[in-house]
Structure formats: structure tokens, C-alpha cells
Write a protein that binds this ligand. Structure first.
Ligand code: ZN
Length: 135
């Protein structure tokens, strides 16, 4: 079973970014560690959304490179990404399915009051369970 641990503060930051970006999508990268099916998120790395279409997102490659450098410096890795759905649906969209590429990559999608976690692998998004942590 896939599980995700993330401090509550980071969850609040994602919802804040979603509100700030509305009606477009916010996006960013998740820095942390993956051990087997367990993801631990230690930090967010907000990214510019290059997409001109409000119904999708495209992470600025410069932010991706910066996130990877930051993660490496900390002895961690970029293990996933997050973005928001202004229409309130916290589920992978057709655009997400078309844009996903990296296997075993964690996707957090904020929509309405929900923040859902999915792992992308071999063309399929599979739901993951939250393990809340305060630190
Ligand atoms: Zn999406």
C-alpha cells in the first residue's frame, strides 16, 4: 500500500498557493524521500506555471532544475509534484494523464477542500493513503 507523509504546514501552503493562483492552476515540486511505497515530503518547491491554458499546468524547467539542485544539496530528491484544479475536482485530468511521464512519481492534486495523492506508474494513476504528521 502506498502512503504519503507530509507536515500539515505544507498542506496549508498548497491550499494557499491554489487560492493565490486561481483561476489558473498553481504548481510545484515535492522534495523528500521515497522508500519502497512510502513517500515522505519534507519541502515544497513552488514553480512558475508556463501554461497559457488555465485548465492545465506546465512547470517552468528552470524551477525544476532549481528544485533538483536544492534537493541534492539537502540529501533528498524530487519525488513528486503538486498542482491545483480550480474546478474543484481533486482527480487526475485528461491533461494530467497526457502530461505524466516519470514512473513512481507522486502527484498531489488540490481541488476544493480536498488534497488527494496519486502515484503515476506505467500509464496509470493509483490513489495513495495519507499518513498525517505534525513535523
Ligand atoms: Zn491537473
Amino acid at each position: 500500500m502506498t502512503s504519503v507523509r507530509m507536515p500539515g504546514e505544507l498542506r496549508r501552503q498548497i491550499f494557499e498557493a491554489a487560492r493565490a493562483a486561481h483561476p489558473a492552476e498553481c504548481c510545484g515540486l515535492l522534495v523528500g524521500a521515497r522508500e519502497g511505497q512510502q513517500f515522505r515530503i519534507a519541502a515544497l518547491h513552488p514553480a512558475r506555471n508556463l501554461s497559457a491554458d488555465a485548465r492545465r499546468f506546465e512547470i517552468d524547467p528552470r524551477d525544476q532544475v532549481a528544485a533538483q539542485r536544492h534537493a541534492r544539496d539537502q540529501g533528498t530528491a524530487v519525488v513528486g509534484c503538486y498542482h491545483s484544479h480550480p474546478d474543484g475536482q481533486a482527480l487526475p485530468s485528461m491533461a494530467d494523464r497526457a502530461g505524466a511521464g516519470e514512473d513512481n512519481f507522486l502527484w498531489l492534486i488540490a481541488g476544493g477542500d480536498a488534497l488527494n495523492a496519486f502515484v503515476y506508474s506505467r500509464g496509470v494513476f493509483t490513489g495513495a493513503d495519507w499518513v498525517m504528521s505534525s513535523a
